[in-house]
Design a binder for this molecule. Structure first.
Ligand SMILES: C[S@@+](CC[C@H](N)C(=O)[O-])C[C@H]1O[C@@H](n2cnc3c(N)ncnc32)[C@H](O)[C@@H]1O
Length: 227
């Protein structure tokens, strides 16, 4: 199995004694991401899962802005789950639930929804910088699960670098893509059109593309028809 550890502590702040990790990219991107989420989340209540939370810093930041929304961070990696739990304890916000252990390569990635210990049908799924640092089956599972778990009015937000029409949108993304593939041939910057196909199979459609700093995008998916 591929090793998913991203050594956040390495180029960010040192790992805190309680296990909190710091991702330098978080400090560069959260202010641009939040307004796109807020546009949809403002005035709503409900459950939002963050898939592949990593350090847990995004959930902490976004939960601060949206006390009426219940945030469910998640990850697969033990060190990251510890970091998320530590950030949650550090900020003490009532609307952040303990991290869920979610493996997105399983299309039924949120069994807790059905046994009553997890969220209700989801208002949103937010997933940043995951599907290019993982095999394609992780993207497949993410979409299949989102199609299953989202509320009729729910949204899937995907943040990261993406190709459009099979082409990189910037040289820096092309360089990044080849470094990902050198590390693991199953990883790589994904194509928006290929993701639209996964979305269609899951009953979702791409409704918005928001430009982000550093040649990143947010892709917003909604149900293709009300169910
Ligand atoms: C580059 S980090 C991004 C973390 C965070 N979303 C951010 O933007 O800072 C990728 C994350 O995806 C997680 N991940 C990789 N494969 C996964 C899988 N199959 N299921 C769930 N999470 C996964 C890793 O453990 C890691 O925390």
């Amino acid at each position: 199995m591929a090793e998913y550890v991203v050594e956040f502590g390495k180029d960010g702040r040192p790992v805190e004694p309680d296990g909190r990790l710091d991702a330098p990219a978080f400090h560069r991107n959260h202010q641009a991401i939040w307004p796109v989420l807020q546009q949809f989340l403002a005035g709503k209540s409900g459950d939002v899962v963050e898939a592949g939370s990593g350090t847990g810093q995004h959930v902490v930041e976004f939960a601060r802005h949206s006390p009426e929304i219940v945030w469910w961070p998640s990850d697969l990696n033990e060190q990251h789950l510890r970091s998320i739990a530590a950030w949650r304890a550090h900020v003490g916000l009532a609307n952040i639930r303990p991290p869920l252990r979610i493996d997105l390569s399983d299309p039924a990635w949120c069994p807790e929804m059905h046994d009553g210990s997890g969220p209700d049908q989801l208002l949103a799924v937010f997933c940043a910088n995951v599907i290019h640092i993982a095999p394609w089956r992780v993207a497949e599972g993410l979409f299949a699960g989102a199609g299953h778990y989202l509320r009729p009015d729910g949204r899937l937000f995907l943040y990261g670098p993406f190709k459009r029409g099979g082409k990189h949108t910037a040289l820096s993304n092309a360089v990044f893509d080849s470094s990902l593939r050198d590390n693991d041939p199953d990883w790589g910057v994904r194509d928006v059109e290929a993701l639209e196909e996964l979305a269609a199979n899951a009953g979702l459609k791409l409704i918005e593309i928001a430009g982000m700093p550093a040649n990143n995008l947010i892709l917003v998916f909604a149900r293709s028809k009300r169910s």
